[in-house]
Design a protein around this ligand. Structure first.
Ligand code: SF4
Length: 226
């Protein structure tokens, strides 16, 4: 990698230039500066009317998730869980039909989320990862590659999930707990815009940041420079 790579992950300034263009600080290698041409192309994309509407709705939704405190500029109170944020965003965009792509390991959560969306007036097409019922051997996997080492074990089918939701012509898709890699395939094949309600973390109760928050103690081993 050359020195022109994105460096935001190394930028430790409290008041960063990209947030405070007039008097913020930036490192010698700043992504905003080094990728100026690319960012100009990105800016053009927002001029496309549908994208402009989408981006504006997302920003308005972001604002609607905070309460400001009189006399304390810059200090905010978070107001809404992500599931509310999703439903409010759908309302802003006029989306009535939600596609829910969920993991079989979170089947009861998939049912609960379906019920919540439906009770709020949305049409829901829901699809679990195991649709199609194809055995993992179909991918060339052996018994050793299976979680339970013998017998039929249905493969996850994120392409199938995406195609079912494409066929149902959903307005907006919500991913609930798909595995790493399976989610990537879903994103690649889904035609409607997609958001994530739940990022699967089997160990940490679907809260992957718990390992990061404990990164100076129990999870120090993760950073090989510590
Ligand atoms: S764009 Fe520049 S100032 Fe902003 S976080 Fe990245 S490196 Fe830091």
């Amino acid at each position: 990698m050359g020195n022109c790579d994105g460096k935001c992950g190394h930028c430790g300034f409290a008041k960063r230039m990209c947030m405070f263009p007039e008097d913020g600080s930036k490192p010698e290698v700043c992504t905003t500066v080094n990728f100026a041409e690319t960012l100009e192309k990105a800016a053009q994309e927002y001029q496309e009317p549908e994208m402009k509407k989408f981006a504006a709705a997302a920003s308005r939704q972001e604002r609607a998730c905070y309460e400001t405190i009189p006399g304390r500029p810059g200090v905010t109170i978070p107001l809404k869980p992500r599931i509310v944020e999703i439903m409010e965003f759908c309302e802003k965009m006029g989306y009535e039909h939600i596609g829910l792509a969920f993991c079989g390991g979170l089947h009861s959560e998939g049912m609960a989320v379906t019920a919540i969306f439906e009770s709020n007036g949305f049409k829901v097409t829901s699809v679990m990862c195991k649709i199609g019922a194809k055995d993992k051997s179909w991918l060339g996997l052996t018994d050793e590659d299976k979680i339970v080492e013998s017998g039929h074990e249905t493969m996850c089918n994120p392409i199938g999930q995406a195609m079912v939701l494409n066929a149902a012509k959903t307005d907006f898709n919500v991913v609930l707990g798909l595995c790493v890699g399976h989610d990537s395939m879903f994103f690649k094949y889904a035609e409607a815009p997609t958001t994530v309600l739940v990022a699967k973390d089997r160990l940490l109760g679907h809260n992957p940041l718990a390992a990061v928050y404990a990164g100076n103690t129990y999870y120090r081993y993760l950073n090989k420079n510590k």
